[in-house]
Design a protein. Structure first.
Length: 304
């Protein structure tokens, strides 16, 4: 029977990352997978099914919340800094190395959406990882912003960024907006119905709030993880791409895959950005599990 533990991962600044640790059947040490969610998401929003499937395949699985979200510490709730999240994720890798149930020479990483971009950066810069899965990843915050924000709306967005900066100089806390809203009068990062449905799915009370800092959006528009994709090699990279992704944008992911060096694999699945968690979960999970089996369970797999 798979065990699920609540654990804490020490991170910079004295905070702790709240995490689930899934332990598979059988004696260890086992290969391990470290996982995290995308922009303003928490682990309760669709990640447990993946973690349970990976654990059933024989892997120890660590799923952490980013700082400022969910069960993790952080005083400025809802604040997203990609580079801080990446530093914290390195601590999660180090934490797995300390667990007696884990074979520290066989650790893989799975990231989705915004954290799919983090997976590219970590795959390129942390050679402890034996393989990487990047699902519906952010490739270019700038290009995504051009697709998702109309030219008519850009001046108002830039004005909001600038007013937030001026307010912080006056000692005010960072300004906030909704993560999702279908109401055009409410400032929000995402407005599509599939995004609203995904982020507003039922989760335990107090786990997630529908707001985050405006400066997180500016940070996202400056984030270019696709620039790292050529450097992931020789670590094996699986890119899971949705054919009709309008959030992290299908063509950007496919173009990034072409730039990636071997060893690599593309899993192109039907649907939009949120379908890998939902209707297309069996395809997304099977592709990732096969990749992890190939590169973490095979004792003859070469080190990157």
């Amino acid at each position: 029977m798979i065990s699920k533990l609540n654990v804490k991962v020490p991170a910079e600044g004295g905070i702790e990352l709240g995490a689930w640790l899934f332990l598979p059947n059988g004696d260890g040490p086992h290969p391990a997978i470290t996982m995290a969610h995308g922009f303003a998401g928490v682990k309760e929003q669709g990640l447990e099914r993946f973690a349970q499937a990976f654990a059933a395949a024989g892997f120890v699985v660590l799923v952490h919340d980013h700082r400022n979200f969910g069960a993790s510490g952080g005083a400025l709730r809802g604040d997203v800094d990609p580079w801080v999240q990446i530093r914290d994720w390195r601590r999660a890798i180090s934490y797995l190395e300390t667990r007696p149930e884990v074979d520290r020479e066989r650790i893989g990483l799975w990231g989705t959406s915004y954290a799919g971009g983090h997976a590219l950066v970590l795959g390129a810069t942390d050679r402890r990882l034996r393989c990487v899965v990047s699902q519906v990843p952010t490739i270019s915050g700038y290009e995504q912003g051009l697709r998702r924000v109309s030219p008519d709306a850009s001046p108002a967005l830039e004005h909001a960024f600038n007013e937030d900066e001026r307010a912080q100089l006056r000692g005010e806390p960072p300004r906030r907006q909704a993560v999702v809203s279908a109401d055009p009068s409410v400032a929000a990062a995402y407005r599509s119905q599939d995004a609203v449905n995904f982020y507003l799915q039922p989760v335990p009370t107090g786990v997630w709030e529908n707001n985050f800092t405006i400066r997180s959006t500016r940070g996202a528009r400056m984030y270019e993880p696709g620039n790292w994709i050529t450097r992931v090699s020789p670590t094996p990279l699986l890119l899971v791409v949705a054919r009709d992704d309008r959030l992290t944008v299908t063509d950007l992911a496919l173009a990034a895959y072409e730039r990636a060096l071997e060893p690599k694999r593309l899993a192109l699945i039907p649907g939009g950005h949120f379908d890998p968690y939902l209707g297309q979960f069996p395809l997304a999970e099977a592709a990732a599990t096969e990749w992890f089996r190939e590169h973490l369970l095979n004792p003859n797999a070469s080190r990157p």
